[in-house]
Write a protein that binds this ligand. Structure first.
Ligand code: GAP
Length: 455
């Protein structure tokens, strides 16, 4: 059965995963806040990425750079000149659209990235593509729309004080590449990872948290010698898939790989492969892996006047490093995980919604429940003890069936019930979210049992 986004969004709101931003003031278009469980899920996913791509990778280190950078960074990177979307206005109802998205939403297997404005305009006319709001086909010509949020730093609002919110975290890494390499005495090849907020004044944000104006990115810039014969692009493409399959546990059937053709490549890229997820509203980019060559370091070297070359101790040669960049949005990956996890199941005694989240990402790993009031104190003591080692919650309201449903609905892998017999047999009942099977476990064995299962 196809997942309906409205159902998922309503569920995530009711369970405390995602709320509409500024809701009590009527909201702010396309802004979303992460509730207590969403914040937990996000933080676990970011830690998972950091562990895999930074801490447990033999080559890499991490970094945390500013959101607001010297504006020359954006001149050098090309964002001030090139980071635009093709904007088109409906002359009838005055609504504003992205010309490329109008086409791709109508012809879902087309990709028009890289088309010239004229080609887009002609195609819209030829195919009589209509304004999604009023149904007319009467558009203005395309204008390029700058995607960076602009503001001023300090008290004076003039051109000299203009600064931008970063549209990607990558440039912070490039500007601190030399400092990081020197300070950590890194030899090529090595990578620098970063997680942080990025901002884009998207013309057509939407599809819930898929495209927003404020989002987080997890980016790795991997630097290597131009003479290195290792295929680092394939290495990182493989690593990203390993992360998706083994850590995030996305099903292989749920995503595809798409190689960019020449016309579609971004201004900095030599090769790009997108990993696209099959979202309920259509297949969309999840993770981009790009070969950025030495484009960024060369640009920053030129614009800053600083030497960003690397002196190879083995050959005594100086050169600019090449770069492979795997880049993913935190929220987009969260959306893929949530879409895959949400299940409605018909049971013998009713129905349940279950979030089949990977154990490592579930906001709570275990829920502790006293069967009746009489066991509350004993259950609470056990909860306090387990809380030191596990992500645990305590649930004492409603009948036990309702409590199981509640925990299923937020993806808690194990429920632990303290009942009449616990005092005498020093055992508890452990119930599995996915199989719904129950096992009697001795309290003294409980931590080992859980550690084993949650591993
Ligand atoms: N540094 C390269 C870069 O930023 P990108 O393809 O523009 O490349 C990388 O973005 C990833 O960031 C995307 O694959 C997507 O997961 C995420 N992303 C980009 N724009 C986004 C937006 N408006 N909302 C949510 N996520 C976004």
């Amino acid at each position: 059965m196809k997942l309906e986004m409205e159902k998922l969004i309503a569920h995530l709101k009711s369970q405390g995963f995602v709320f509409q931003g500024s809701e009590i003031y009527g909201g702010l278009a396309n802004s979303w806040d992460y509730g207590p469980l969403g914040a937990e899920l996000k933080s676990k996913l970011k830690k998972m990425w950091w562990d895999f791509f930074v801490k447990r990778n033999p080559y890499n280190i991490g970094l945390d750079t500013s959101i607001i950078l010297n504006s020359n960074v954006w001149k050098a990177s090309g964002h001030l000149g090139n980071f635009n979307d093709p904007l088109i206005d409906c002359k009838e109802c005055k609504s504003r659209w992205r010309a490329d998205k109008l086409i791709e939403e109508k012809f879902t297997d087309m990709n028009v990235g890289g088309w010239k404005n004229e080609e887009l305009e002609n195609f819209i006319k030829e195919k009589d593509i209509k304004c999604p709001k009023c149904g007319a086909c009467n558009f203005t010509n395309i204008r390029q729309f700058a995607l960076m949020f602009k503001t001023n730093q300090g008290v004076v609002e003039d051109e000299g004080s203009t600064v931008y919110l970063r549209p990607e975290t990558a440039q912070g890494i490039f500007t601190q590449y030399k400092n990081s390499q020197r300070a950590l005495r890194k030899k090529l090849p090595f990578g620098i990872g970063q997680i942080g907020k990025s901002f884009r004044n998207e013309i057509t944000p939407g599809n819930f948290i898929f495209r927003t104006r404020e989002f987080e990115q997890m980016e790795l810039e991997f630097f290597f010698s131009p003479d290195d014969t290792t295929d680092w692009f394939e290495y990182w493409l493989e690593k990203v898939q390993q992360f998706l399959l083994e850590k995030v546990q996305l099903k292989k059937d749920n995503f595809i790989l798409r190689e960019h053709d020449k016309e579609e490549l971004a201004h900095y890229a030599k090769r790009t492969v997108d990993i696209e997820f099959k979202f309920p509203f259509g297949t969309g980019e999840l993770w981009g892996i790009a070969h950025r060559s030495d484009f960024d370091l060369k640009q920053h070297q030129e614009h800053s006047g600083q030497d960003l070359t690397y002196l190879d101790p083995a050959t005594n040669q100086k050169y600019l490093a090449n770069v492979i960049e795997p880049s993913v949005g935190v929220e987009r990956l969260i959306l893929a995980i949530l879409c895959q996890s949400y299940k409605e199941e018909q049971l013998e005694n009713g129905e349940r919604i279950v979030m089949e989240l990977p154990y490592a990402l579930a906001p709570y790993s275990i829920a502790i429940m006293p069967l009746q009031k009489q066991q509350k104190e004993q259950a609470f003591n056990l909860f306090e003890d387990l809380l030191q080692e596990f992500d645990a919650t305590f649930d004492e309201t409603g009948n036990i069936g309702k409590r199981y449903r509640r925990q299923d609905a937020i993806g808690t892998p194990f429920c632990i019930t303290i009942d009449f017999d616990t005092e005498t047999d020093q055992s508890v009942t452990v119930r599995n979210r996915d199989t719904m099977e129950q096992e009697r476990i001795k309290i003294e064995d409980l931590k080992d049992y859980l550690n084993n299962k949650l591993k």
